[in-house]
Design a protein around this ligand. Structure first.
Ligand SMILES: [Cu+2]
Length: 106
């Protein structure tokens, strides 16, 4: 009888072992960051629209907001797809000057 209880106990213990979690799909991990670019040459809301539009066309850029007074673009992006150098290149090709760039984790 004692032996039977032991067997049942072991069977129960075995049944309650938590299986390993199913591994998630192996998509490229999103690495969201916020970049703040200081841009010279934006003089009106037309410029601001142009710059935010250019930034948002870069793959991986989720949102770009321009502050004309501060001369900044605040960009929310996936750092595994978009880069600061791609943003700078795009802006400077349109004739603006990127004076300062910094980014941090979102
Ligand atoms: Cu303008």
């Amino acid at each position: 009888m004692k032996k039977l209880i032991l067997v049942l106990t072991l069977a129960f213990a075995g049944a309650t072992v938590i299986p390993p979690l199913a591994s998630p799909a192996q998509a490229a991990p999103v690495k969201t960051k916020i970049a703040v670019l200081t841009i010279d040459g934006m003089t009106c809301s037309g410029c601001a629209h142009g710059v935010s539009g250019m930034l948002e066309r870069i793959a991986g850029v989720q949102r770009a907001e321009i502050n004309l007074q501060k001369k900044t673009a605040t960009v929310r992006y996936d750092a595994s797809r978009a880069s600061l150098s791609a943003m700078k290149k795009s802006i400077e090709e349109a004739g603006f000057k990127v004076r300062r760039m910094q980014s941090r984790a979102a």
